[in-house]
Write a protein that binds this ligand. Structure first.
Ligand SMILES: *Cc1c(COP(=O)(O)O)cnc(C)c1O
Length: 376
């Protein structure tokens, strides 16, 4: 059994994907071009953002947003403590100070109340200027923007939506990657919408930031002239082959994959209903794109042992994430290590992610659930 079955997906989409790849190779246009433009238009339309700028990966997408806003030394950037490293790595790499905020146990996403408390604390201390909130749509579920947005507005902070895992999610019909002042995503193969290598995208409604990000992504070029470099940037473009691969994948994603993963999540919740486990159930109005299906094991459960028992039945499982951000080695002896995040610490010791993808069958889910229950 696969944790995320990319082979099965390729079997289904092979004809279209192969012909896209062949076309790119025959054209010898490997960087940018018509396919990248077509993909950007389709992504922007799907998400409901005015601009989409594709780039080399989801980490660069975050960096491009922070650079467009001129975030750097002396700035505080608020980041959930429970996330993938990039969310905090990118602001720190720009010289800013990540301030790690605890998450809600029932959504795995940043806790809006604790976010506001953290902003007030940083303001009062006066050592750093609060500038940005990075809200992460963890495991496919959009963060609670109905509460986070007003907080950003109240304190005059930019909202950066890290939608690397959230692409395809929704709140009341509005799509993930449209909630931030700037929003980003990743097309890493295992993400909800993945390509066959690295890829990413930035979304915004703001014309000025969009132009700035386009420039930053290509060595700080001026709008008209590629060899007139008016600022320092990155080399961060999406390969044309990856854009070609993403076109049929986006179509499948829109037509049935998001629905399929929600069906799979429904089976898990049904077969685990009597397990006593804490299950991920999106609140009313929220739709997840299920980058992960993650449960919380009961206190005292032997997680490594449970993983071994699952593996004996050829069921792969993963621990996302085993370490809070503020305890990562890179932040030791910096102000970022000073964080009070008991929920994250508890989650890091008790979460377990199970196989999840649009091609998983009900029989397999049932088998996973039965094996898991008997291993508890
Ligand atoms: C994967 C991920 C990223 C980084 O994306 P890459 O394309 O791997 O650079 C950023 N943030 C989160 C939350 C992620 O899961």
């Amino acid at each position: 059994m696969q944790f995320r079955d990319l082979k099965k997906q390729y079997e289904v989409l092979k004809t279209d994907i192969d012909s896209e790849i062949d076309e790119v190779i025959a054209s010898s246009g490997f960087i940018s071009g018509k396919k990248v433009k077509e993909l950007e238009e389709k992504l922007a339309e799907y998400v409901g953002a005015k601009h989409c700028i594709t780039c080399a990966n989801g980490t660069d997408a975050l960096t491009l947003a922070l650079k467009a806003w001129g975030i750097g030394v002396g700035d505080a950037v608020f980041v959930p403590d429970f996330t993938f490293f990039s969310s905090g790595e990118c602001p720190a790499a720009e010289g800013a100070t990540p301030v790690f905020v605890d998450v809600c146990e029932d959504t795995f996403n940043i806790d809006p109340e604790k976010l506001e408390q953290a902003i007030i604390k940083v303001k009062n201390e006066g050592r750093y200027i609060p500038k940005v909130v990075v809200a992460v749509d963890l495991f496919g579920l959009p963060a609670d923007y109905t509460k986070i947005k007003p907080i950003c507005e109240k304190y005059g902070l930019f909202l950066l939506e890290d939608g690397a895992q959230g692409f395809g999610g929704e709140i009341n019909g509005k799509k993930a990657c449209s909630f931030g002042d700037i929003s980003t995503t990743s097309f890493f193969p295992a993400k909800p919408l993945g390509c066959y290598g690295d890829g990413g995208a930035v979304f915004t409604d703001n014309d000025e930031w969009a132009a700035m990000i386009r420039s930053l992504a290509v060595h700080g070029k001026s709008g008209e002239d590629k060899y007139n470099n008016i600022r320092l940037g990155l080399n961060s473009r999406l390969d044309t082959i990856q854009a070609g691969i993403l076109l049929p994948k986006l179509k499948a994603f829109k037509e049935y994959e998001v629905t399929a993963v929600n069906t799979v999540a429904g089976w898990y919740n049904k077969y685990l209903a009597d397990s006593g486990l804490k299950l991920p159930v999106p609140k009313a109005g929220f739709l997840s794109s299920w980058a992960q299906y993650t449960i919380i094991l009961p206190d005292g459960a032997d997680r490594p042992r449970i993983q071994v028992l699952l593996k004996e039945k050829e069921i792969p499982s993963m621990v996302y994430y085993i370490k809070p951000m503020h305890l990562q080695g890179a932040f030791q002896n910096t102000d970022s290590e000073k964080a009070d995040c008991p929920v994250t610490e508890k989650l890091c010791g008790s979460v377990l992610s199970l196989p999840m993808h649009p091609y998983l069958e009900e029989e397999s889910v049932k088998f996973i659930c039965e094996t898991l229950k008997s291993s508890l």
